[in-house]
Design a protein around this ligand. Structure first.
Ligand SMILES: C[S@@+](CC[C@H](N)C(=O)[O-])C[C@H]1O[C@@H](n2cnc3c(N)ncnc32)[C@H](O)[C@@H]1O
Length: 216
């Protein structure tokens, strides 16, 4: 079996979840907290072109849209993109668009951006190094990469670990990967926390970091 087929068989089917994705209040709250943290930590300006990698239904994209010139969401789930595009039409926005991209099956990022953001997607991507290298390639000099994802969670965050290739991230390890891809001046803050049941009637707090690196 080839590596590609292996990855695809382990992927989570986000298409099936798309229609109800925005109906989970805890999920929407986390996306809002992440967006607020990005708005605080990044200097967003009306001349910026932004890419949201793994945009899903656009919870983060739509929150950042008023602060920048354009924002492009990319995702490998057609179902998520359908919901995203319906929202663009409903809100009659012309500085926001959504494109299909599956990096695991030969897709490559295109265009040039002042900023790439991504929320809760990195742990669904098996090979992080090549992804960060692609990000670096399409970011303008002096542009930034801003990733929001789970701190190491011992595999407890997701009830179903299908399509979860990383049990969260160790911040120092990820910072070293940013550095290897060419990013510098990494900063990390906590963006959000979520309390979730983990079995036996117990619950646990999970934290989400924001890591920002600059392309020099
Ligand atoms: C947990 S959801 C997060 C969605 C959104 N960023 C949010 O915060 O609501 C992860 C998203 O990443 C997308 N995704 C997973 N692997 C991907 C890949 N290799 N390329 C592009 N998108 C991917 C999924 O389709 C899904 O929409």
């Amino acid at each position: 079996m080839s590596e590609d087929i292996d990855i695809n068989s382990k992927k989570r089917n986000f298409d099936q979840e798309a229609a109800k994705w925005d109906q989970v209040p805890g999920r929407v709250k986390v996306a809002q907290d992440i967006a607020q943290s990005m708005i605080r930590e990044l200097t967003l300006t009306p001349d910026m072109d932004v890419l949201d990698f793994g945009c899903g239904t656009g919870l983060l994209t739509f929150a950042l849209q008023p602060f920048v010139r354009s924002i492009t969401g990319v995702d490998s789930s057609q179902g998520m993109l359908d919901v995203f595009r319906t929202k663009i039409k409903e809100q009659n926005l012309n500085n926001i668009k959504a494109s299909y991209l599956d990096l695991d099956n030969g897709g490559a990022l295109s265009g040039s951006y002042h900023l790439i953001v991504s929320s809760m997607t990195l742990h669904h991507v098996k090979e992080i190094g090549p992804l960060l290298t692609q990000f670096h390639r399409v970011i303008y000099s002096s542009g930034s990469l801003c990733i929001a994802d789970l701190d190491s969670d011992d595999g407890q965050f997701h009830g179903n670990n299908d399509g979860v290739f990383h049990d969260g991230f160790n911040r120092e390890d990820l910072s070293r990967m940013f550095m290897s891809a060419g990013f510098r001046g990494m900063r990390v803050v906590q963006a959000a926390q979520i309390e979730k049941p983990v079995g036996d009637g117990k619950s646990r707090f999970f934290t989400i970091f924001l890591m920002i690196g600059r392309k020099e």
